[in-house]
Write a protein that binds this ligand. Structure first.
Ligand SMILES: C[S@@+](CC[C@H](N)C(=O)[O-])C[C@H]1O[C@@H](n2cnc3c(N)ncnc32)[C@H](O)[C@@H]1O
Length: 246
């Protein structure tokens, strides 16, 4: 994949897991430059890119969702994540809290308190990161976003309660770190069931579904057309547009 929207490698250390974000076990941190490139490409398939709702149905510890929430704060009004693993969701909640003015301010107060007590350089660096991310978060039409995560098996025969979602971006379970669980894993059709459910959450006139998965996986569904497919290392990114009158 060519980096079309993120041509220059920036310093992404504000997102390191030793600073503000936490990493759930078995969910490795998603590379920030790749996440940002894929999101920019996803936005390019939409008619309008403002006031958007973003949803990750396999959000794990919410690392990917949180990065996107900061980097694309100006485009996003609502940010939702769900996962079958309630333990991972505890981490997701901590990360997603950072995307609200109150949550980030609380985190900054805790960092400040620790720094005043212990005076460590790493604590000061985390505080500086928090200041930079706060500017990124608040400098937007929607500083107060609706940010939620909840427990859901995205492969069961029932969609989650969400409506009018514009961007679904999700990093599927693959490889050694995470496996499909739930009804779809038992019936051996997790991708089909997931896409059936996602379809029902979408704004069918302005939405894109971006699936991140192992490059050998086949991703297709009768209710979607594939508009782009990119490969990067062991991953592929599949961009699907819903067919509005299916
Ligand atoms: C590659 S990880 C996602 C990591 C996430 N992007 C992050 O930033 O932390 C895949 C996730 O899919 C979840 N998963 C597996 N089966 C699922 C199902 N049936 N419904 C929802 N989530 C599922 C796993 O619990 C795991 O958290």
């Amino acid at each position: 994949m060519k980096f079309k929207f993120e041509p220059i490698k920036k310093d992404y250390s504000d997102f390191s897991s030793d600073k503000l974000l936490v990493n759930a076990p078995r969910t490795p941190a998603f590379p920030v430059r790749v996440a940002s490139e894929i999101m920019a490409r996803s936005l390019s398939f939409l008619d309008t890119a403002e006031g958007l709702t973003l949803y990750d149905p396999c959000c794990g510890g919410g690392h990917l969702l949180t990065i996107l929430g900061f980097c694309y704060s100006k485009n996003l009004k609502n940010i939702y994540g769900s996962d079958i693993d309630s333990k991972a969701l505890e981490y997701a909640q901590k990360n997603l809290n950072l995307l609200t003015p109150e949550g980030l301010s609380k985190k900054k107060q805790a960092l400040q308190y620790n720094y005043e007590k212990q005076g460590e350089k790493a604590q000061l660096e985390a505080l500086n990161s928090a200041d930079r991310l706060e500017t990124q978060l608040l400098n937007t039409t929607y500083p107060k976003k609706d940010v939620q995560c909840f427990n859901w098996d995205i492969t069961k025969e029932q969609p989650p309660h969400l409506k009018n979602v514009n961007i679904v971006m999700t990093d599927l379970p693959y490889g050694n770190m995470a496996y499909w669980q739930g009804e779809g894993a038992v019936q051996n059709n997790p991708n089909k069931q997931m896409l059936n459910n996602i379809y029902q959450t979408l704004d069918l006139h302005n939405s894109i579904v971006t699936i991140i998965c192992n490059k050998d996986e086949k991703i297709n569904h009768q209710k979607f057309e594939q508009v782009k497919r990119l490969k990067h290392g062991k991953r592929q990114f599949v961009f699907l547009r819903p067919l509005p009158f299916y």
